[in-house]
Design a protein around this ligand. Structure first.
Ligand code: OSB
Ligand code: MG
Length: 384
């Protein structure tokens, strides 16, 4: 497929000026999950998140990094992010630069998209707060209800899996994603499909298969899945193209896509028909908007992925989904799916039709509760 390049959808955002920042802190919090979350790679029992706090003329903006303390989803970890933020990225942040200029400076640092996103998103949130407008406004978009989707981790039994799906259906989630791995796949999907014939269902393998498993993966075609997410290696695009030619179920890429160039390569190669945009993985909101815009111009569906974020990152993902191109429900689910007590209010809840409202008010529209951050804090460092 030959793709169409477009006029820049981020030109206005690139012209925004970096405000002076009086104080910068990095706070690490650890929030226990309501229940463990398992992928083919690892089982997480809590979310350890890095929070960046930017203070400017009495206005405080919070931004969350999507990384984990471990490298079991991405090579970036909370440890690498702290290092790259402190030693390479924050020293480049100077008032008066445009965001476009800051992006250019950041490009000298290879990779580390999650670290870059933490700063870029934080600055956008700060600018929105200073102007008294919601983040989606700054992105040039009106508020709208966004679709919901639940990501169900690997379960120990099919009964547990079916109970989780049952709950999602009762809450009116717009689609359900179930994790799969080698040996816990075809029969588990069949069990869900038999019980919920009309459910919008998809699977995520987090890279557990190789092309040698193509025959097994093709068996998924029998279940009318919306897509299979990242069946092959976390670094691969090329082999996914071969797999996509062999199977009917659309392939969605997650781990392999680190920016617009990857998205474009994947689409042109026929490696996927859907892209999971995680704003952290691709380096921030601007690159996310570029990918969504590119996808919209080329008939590719995109959705917003999640990283089990606290309410800060979750709100960023919700604002992002007001952008054109987010055609499918993503991994944005209710706060209660993850935490008994989040660090922001209000929590994310679904309305009677399974939709999520964009929080109203300046910036993210959610309030970070200082007492709850302190309660969950495991480290704090002042960086400026
Ligand atoms: O592959 O999308 C993934 C969570 C952690 C790491 C990787 C993934 C996920 C999810 C959960 O699927 C998404 C969410 O509910 O936030
Ligand atoms: Mg995934």
């Amino acid at each position: 497929m030959t793709t169409t390049p477009l006029a820049s959808p981020t030109a206005a955002l690139e012209r925004l000026s970096v405000p002076p920042v009086d104080r910068i802190d990095l706070v690490t919090v650890r929030l226990p999950f309501v229940s463990p979350f398992g992928t083919s790679v690892h089982v997480w029992t809590d979310k350890e998140a890095l929070l960046l706090r930017l203070e400017s003329g009495g206005v405080v903006a919070w931004s969350e990094c999507v990384s984990d303390p471990d490298p079991f989803y991405s090579p970036e970890t909370n440890g690498t992010v702290r290092h790259i933020l402190r030693d390479f990225l924050l020293p480049e942040v100077e008032p008066g630069l445009t965001l476009g200029e800051l992006e250019s400076r950041f490009r000298r640092v290879r990779g580390h998209g999650m670290a870059k996103a933490t700063i870029e998103n934080g600055l956008l949130i700060l600018v929105a707060l200073q102007r008294g407008v919601p983040l989606h406004d700054l992105l040039g978009r009106p508020a709208r209800r966004i679709m919901s989707g639940l990501s169900i981790g690997l379960k120990d039994s099919r009964e547990e899996l079916l109970a989780a799906v049952e709950h999602a259906v009762a809450r009116r989630y717009h689609r359900v994603k179930m994790k799969v791995k080698k040996g816990q796949d075809i029969e588990w999907v069949r069990a869900v499909r038999d019980r919920f014939p009309d459910l919008r269902l998809m699977v995520d393998a987090n890279g557990d298969y190789t092309l040698d498993d193509a025959e097994r993966l093709k068996q998924l075609d029998a279940f009318g899945l919306m897509m299979v997410e990242q069946p092959l290696s976390y670094t691969d695009i090329f082999e996914h193209a071969a797999l996509q030619r062999a199977m009917a179920t659309p392939i969605c890429l997650d781990e392999s896509i680190h920016g617009l160039a990857d998205a474009r390569a994947a689409v042109e190669m026929g490696a996927c028909r859907v892209i999971n945009i995680k704003q952290g993985r691709v380096g921030g909101l601007l690159e996310s908007v570029r990918i969504a815009n590119f996808a919209a111009a080329n008939g590719i569906d995109v959705w917003s992925g999640g990283m089990d974020e606290t309410g800060i990152g979750r709100a960023v993902n919700i604002h992002l989904q007001t952008v054109e191109g987010f055609t499918l429900p993503g991994d944005t689910s209710e706060t209660s799916n993850y935490f008994d007590e989040d660090i922001v209010v209000p929590p994310v809840v679904l309305d009677g039709d399974g939709f999520i409202d964009v929080p109203a008010g300046p910036g993210l529209g959610v309030e970070v509760v200082a007492g709850r951050v302190l309660k969950r804090m495991v480290r704090a460092e002042r960086l400026r």
